[in-house]
Design a protein around this ligand. Structure first.
Ligand SMILES: [Cu+2]
Length: 160
């Protein structure tokens, strides 16, 4: 008898729980679930400058270390004031970001970019949002330039 009463109570509780459950799931008056989201393309871009070599034709990136934060929007302003062409090559970094665009001259390129080549006196703007944290190597792909010191590193930190 006691056992039957206990089962009855459990059944009543279960029925009420199931009956009330839909009301618990309704989070907002208009019956939608809202998830906070960020439109990365509308964040102000943080400008970061990088020179590929310089007027003295030194084979280096200036600066040669970069730290970005995942989920922020950046505009990397690249320039080459040397007499030679240079590359900004960091394929693993390129795979760890979302590229919004690259603007060079009067051309805007949308979509994935793996590598940029800058001729003497060229400039380019690369707008992106870092996605995947890690440290990625950067180098210039022209033969001998990496070995001569034209290399660096790019770190993406998790968002805080
Ligand atoms: Cu170079």
């Amino acid at each position: 008898m006691r056992q039957a009463f206990r089962i009855f109570i459990v059944a009543i509780v279960a029925i009420f729980y199931i009956a009330l459950r839909p009301n618990i799931a309704i989070a907002t008056p208009d019956n939608t679930i809202r998830i906070a989201s960020v439109d990365f393309t509308k964040q102000p871009a943080i400008a970061v400058k990088v020179s590929l070599s310089n007027n003295a034709n030194e084979l280096k990136f200036i600066p040669d270390r970069f730290t970005f934060e995942s989920g922020k929007r950046y505009k990397l302003l690249l320039s080459n004031t040397s007499a030679m062409k240079h590359y900004f090559t960091s394929k693993d970094f390129a795979d760890a970001i979302w590229t919004q665009n690259v603007v060079a001259g009067n051309v805007e390129i949308k979509g994935n970019i793996r590598e940029l080549e800058l001729k003497p006196n060229a400039t380019a703007e690369w707008t992106f949002v870092p996605i995947k944290s890690g440290t990625y190597e950067l180098h210039c792909a022209i033969a001998g330039h990496t070995e001569a010191g034209m290399r660096g590193s790019i770190t993406i930190q998790p968002s805080v």
